[in-house]
Design a protein around this ligand. Structure first.
Ligand code: MG
Length: 120
């Protein structure tokens, strides 16, 4: 069962990710409310896929992505962006993030992005 870690300061998004992916056999393991905790949880869970928020307290999505790529150059990240995140999104593309889903998202859009990262 593929494990998914949600790094997002909104508990609502965690619930929405769970709802979108768990019926399709994913295990959504935990919700890190900021990037710093996200990096710790990455070590704890070794998730197959991470959904990553852009704007968060303590450590934003860009710094978090740098940290994750530092731990694993092949880490699989879906960036969940909100309106107004355009500049940071371009930076994220430069870092090598390939999947982006804008919030609020449709469950099937998130599922498709996750599956495409996993090559299925
Ligand atoms: Mg946020």
């Amino acid at each position: 069962m593929a494990k998914v870690l949600v790094i997002d300061d909104s508990p609502f998004i965690f619930k929405a990710v769970k709802k979108a992916l768990e019926p399709h056999g994913f295990e959504v393991v935990d919700n890190a409310p900021n990037g710093q905790i996200g990096l710790e949880m990455y070590d704890k869970y070794s998730p197959d896929v991470i959904t990553l928020d852009v704007t968060m307290p303590v450590m934003d999505g860009i710094e978090t992505a740098k940290g994750l790529f530092g731990k694993n150059p092949n880490v699989k990240i879906v960036m969940l962006s909100a309106m107004g995140d355009d500049v940071l999104m371009n930076e994220a593309k430069g870092l090598g993030i390939k999947q982006f889903v804008s919030k609020p998202f449709k469950p099937e859009d998130l599922l498709q992005s996750v599956n495409s990262l996993l090559g299925s």
